[in-house]
Design a protein around this ligand. Structure first.
Ligand SMILES: [Mg+2]
Length: 95
């Protein structure tokens, strides 16, 4: 379920501006991650802020496309697959 304030933002400003904002916030987070990795910068505060921004926008994206439960199902399946790969990895890399 979407936070009611975020639903209100989507309704107030509309689909197109809010979906553009998703992309904008994702690019801000990407920039901070790359800064941290490549310049070994201590920008954890910026990473925290941009992660929150992206999560806020992803909620609006899921609401906008009405894909909450489909995303949850995909996530659950992908996590299961990931677990399988990790188990296989551990089995072949055991000491
Ligand atoms: Mg931001």
């Amino acid at each position: 379920m979407i936070n009611p304030v975020l639903k209100r933002a989507l309704q107030t400003w509309g689909e197109q501006p809010q979906m553009l904002m998703v992309v904008e916030e994702m690019s801000e987070l990407m920039k901070e991650i790359l800064k941290n990795i490549s310049r070994k910068k201590d920008n954890i505060d910026a990473i925290i802020e941009e992660t929150a921004d992206v999560e806020i926008m992803l909620e609006q994206l899921k609401e906008n496309y009405n894909i909450w439960s489909k995303v949850e199902n995909y996530k659950a399946n992908k996590i299961k697959l990931l677990e399988k790969r990790l188990d296989e990895w551990d089995a072949t890399h055991a000491a």
